[in-house]
Ligand binder design. Structure first.
Ligand code: TNX
Length: 543
């Protein structure tokens, strides 16, 4: 009988099961790292050590050891080879990241209980099946965006999401830190951003037909120490944190804190408070020197905290109405010799592109930054379908593909009336699995500008971690496979095979305590009388 192929997610390039006895992991097993692999050894001792209760001591197990090695001849820094037989486990990576991904696969081979935070019972026997896995990612940007502005996620929750990302071999955490409904990062030189901007008095919770407000303040922010901890925790897991400071739209929380940032010649900005509802907000930043200097100050502190090459400046959904009506904005357009308000936004983005470039960083923004002309070094997050990404790649700009039609995980997962999310568009697990980040329109040369892809978690409809889990999973597992694995064209993808492997993955998610949407049977709130899903609604009111 041929041994069963391990049910790995995301699928590796190849996994060959040899048959015969596997590798026993016990109190005598050592974990030993060669140069450059120490971080992963630490992670293994922490994560697998906690789940198994085994010491995984570097000095133990003279013969039977888990050995971690860098092998520069492997194809790329993130590539790895994992070899298991009765005598040894050898995890080799092209670079430190590859060793880490090999260790992640090793944990999957150990079985679902290896994902627990503490051993289920003492003295159990662990065995890793004999196998050789060879693997490397398809894309170098395998991202997840988390919106902590609409609903704040405490630091511990963010660290937990970094662990969940690492378990799925994702490597870019796009941290959406500011929006109309909240400013979430401490900026020392502008303390009111969090002092005022991180709290709102109430939150819209109802659906379109019968809006309701929860009359309870909502807020929270990360101190700079919190941010440092998050960035370091991510780095230990080979995840880059890309911060987003959204300008010139989605800025009402900042304007509520500092009214001089808004278009005070057309609206009484001193009367604005942090926004308590959803959609596209008309109160955008004034295109003044005051605003530029203020945000340069913000970004100076952001650059100190985030080593990421890319810094996201938002740029999405900036209505131009106030700029059209504002004498000051119009004077600025004339003074700069610009054609119109779109060109004014381009000028605004261009300013920060040059500012970031001069500091050795690169600007990335949502695809609206294409309107009115794309700044020279800018990269684009293509969210309104593929069009923005195609245009940007053709113009020689780098692109991250994240079209809302496929990878917006805030959209509902099924059409049924019991789905908890009012958003009318349905993006099923299979839709996500069949998402192709590189559109066929691009030539191979242009396609090289597609850095990769990310899934976006906007949190208007996710008020706590349970809801975030429910929206993220299981779709994030399908997304991880799209981002990592060498899948064929969408129509040829073996979704049934993916679902079969998911049977093992659901057990891992159970062990991790993830409140995923169950693949069958009642939804969590249908099991608890009195807690119902929300009624079906159309698309969000702003589109
Ligand atoms: C559009 S995607 C937005 C977000 C919303 C999201 C809801 C993007 C750049 N802007 O502000 O949260 O839709 O799906």
């Amino acid at each position: 009988m041929t041994p069963e192929t391990p049910k790995l997610i995301p699928a590796p390039l190849s996994a060959e099961t040899a048959g015969g006895p596997g590798f026993p992991l016990d109190a005598a097993t050592g974990v030993e790292a060669g140069p450059g692999a120490e971080r992963t050894a630490r992670w293994l001792r922490t994560a697998v050590g906690a789940a198994t209760g085994l010491p995984l001591d570097p000095a133990a197990g003279d013969a039977r050891r888990v050995r971690l090695r860098i092998r520069p001849d492997l194809e790329g820094d993130e590539a790895y080879r994992l070899t298991v037989d009765a005598e040894r486990v050898l995890i080799e990576g092209g670079g430190p990241a590859g060793v880490f991904y090999g260790a992640q696969t090793f944990r999957q081979l150990l079985g679902p209980d290896a994902f627990r935070r503490a051993p289920l019972h003492a003295g159990r026997v662990w065995e890793v099946p004999a196998v050789t896995v060879t693997d490397a990612p398809r894309f170098r940007w395998r991202g997840l965006m988390l919106d902590v502005a609409r609903h704040f996620m405490p630091k511990e929750g963010v660290l937990r999401y970094l662990d969940l990302m690492a378990a799925h071999k994702l490597n870019v955490f796009h941290f959406h830190l500011t929006d109309d409904q909240g400013w979430r990062i401490e900026i020392r030189r502008h303390p009111r951003l969090t002092g005022i901007g991180s709290w709102r008095a109430r939150t819209k919770t109802g659906h379109r037909a019968s809006p309701l407000w929860e009359e309870k303040p909502h807020g929270g922010h990360y101190t700079q120490d919190d941010i440092r901890e998050i960035v370091a925790y991510a780095a230990e897991r080979h995840i880059t944190v890309v911060p987003e400071i959204d300008v010139p739209g989605h800025s009402q929380a900042a304007i509520a804190a500092y009214p001089e940032l808004g278009n005070s010649d057309v609206v009484d900005t001193s009367a604005l408070s942090v926004w308590d509802t959803w959609g596209i907000n008309p109160n955008v930043l004034a295109p003044t020197d005051t605003t530029l200097r203020f945000y340069e100050g913000v970004l100076e502190e952001v650059l100190e905290l985030f080593p990421s090459r890319f810094v996201h400046i938002g740029g999405d959904e900036c209505p131009k109405d106030q700029w059209r009506r504002s004498p000051a904005a119009q004077a600025r357009i004339r003074e700069l010799g610009l054609a119109d308000e779109d060109a004014l936004q381009s000028w605004f983005v261009g300013h920060f592109d040059a500012w970031l470039t001069a500091r050795g960083r690169r600007l990335i923004g949502w695809d609206e930054i294409l309107e009115g002309g794309l700044a020279e070094g800018a990269a684009v997050s293509s969210w309104r379908g593929y069009a923005g990404g195609i245009a940007a790649a053709r113009a020689g700009h780098d692109v991250v593909m994240c079209p809302e039609q496929q990878v917006y995980l805030d959209h509902r997962q099924a059409p049924g009336p019991d789905e908890p999310v009012p958003i009318g568009w349905v993006r099923t697990l299979e839709d996500v699995y069949r998402f192709e980040p590189v559109p066929p329109e691009l030539t191979p040369e242009e396609a090289r500008h597609v850095l990769g892809t990310q899934a976006n978690l906007w949190t208007e409809v996710m008020e706590d971690q349970g809801r975030v889990d429910y929206q993220a999973f299981p779709r994030l597992a399908a997304f991880a496979e799209v981002a990592w694995s060498a899948l064929p064209a969408p129509a040829e993808r073996d979704f049934a095979g993916f679902e079969r492997r998911m049977t093992a993955h659901y057990r891992r998610l159970d062990a991790l305590g993830v409140a995923y949407r169950p693949p069958a049977g009642p939804l969590p709130w249908q099991r608890r009388p009195g807690v119902l899903g929300r009624p079906l609604d159309g698309p969000p009111p702003h589109r």
